[in-house]
Ligand binder design. Structure first.
Ligand code: BG6
Ligand code: MG
Length: 216
């Protein structure tokens, strides 16, 4: 059995419920273009980069835009999203998230953030969790989006731990696939139906313990 030495956490939907804000901002954009998409379709956007999310959404609406127009639309969505998250407070940390990250640190494990979001730092500052991570790998530091394992491999490297000694916590299908592709253990945050490929699925970090981590 491999000993776990580091925990790598996704941000949106694992530490904070910003997935809701992403959904609202994308929905408003789609509606302004004259179409809508479902919550089920939205699952495919979780963990996926801003640019790729827009491509998927435009595809669902059957709308074609030039790359210049796409850039304008992505910026429009981000402006709306940033306005939503600018009001975030520490009370928006998901139940048990801060406590579990702290418990990992107290147990001598390394902790890293592995998020596709270019707004990660702003969110961590708003909720007061910057200092709880030994490394922060976000959308500004990666060139390949999940399900590519780059974000987690960089996190493992930054904290000096081998991939097989890492556990990834993820709410996105693409994120679990990235963990598997990187040779890491994974814990899905959400429903078993969606995240069944993970080694363990829990509804939130409030359900996670160091005992469950060691049993992975
Ligand atoms: C991920 C979210 O964490 O970050 C995605 O799950 C989002 O929904 C992606 O598209 C990029 O975020 P941002 O903040 O850089 O637009
Ligand atoms: Mg997520």
């Amino acid at each position: 059995m491999t000993t776990i030495k580091a925990c790598l956490f996704d941000l949106d939907g694992v530490i904070v419920d910003t997935a809701v804000y992403h959904y609202k901002a994308w929905k408003q954009l789609a509606n302004s273009l004259g179409f809508d998409f479902t919550e089920h379709q939205n699952e495919q956007l979780k963990g996926v980069s801003r640019v790729r999310s827009l491509e998927l959404i435009l595809g669902w609406g059957g709308v074609t835009k030039t790359s210049e127009e796409q850039e304008v639309l992505a910026t429009q969505k981000n402006t709306q999203y940033v306005e939503m998250i600018s009001h975030m407070k520490p009370d928006e940390i998901l139940p048990g998230a801060k406590e579990f990250v702290q418990a990992c640190r107290d147990a001598g494990l390394k902790t890293a953030l592995g998020s596709a979001s270019k707004n990660s730092m702003m969110i961590l500052e708003k909720i007061g969790m910057v200092d709880l991570f030994d490394a922060i790998i976000d959308g500004n530091k990666v060139s390949k989006a999940k399900p590519d394992p780059e974000v987690f491999l960089k996190g493992a490297e930054a904290v000096g731990v081998l991939p097989e000694e890492c556990v990834v916590f993820e709410d996105a299908i693409a994120g679990i696939e990235a963990a598997i592709a990187g040779g890491m253990k994974s814990v899905g945050i959400g429903s078993h139906d969606l995240l069944g490929e993970a080694d363990l699925v829990i509804s939130g970090l409030h359900e996670m313990t160091l005992e469950k981590l060691r049993a992975l």
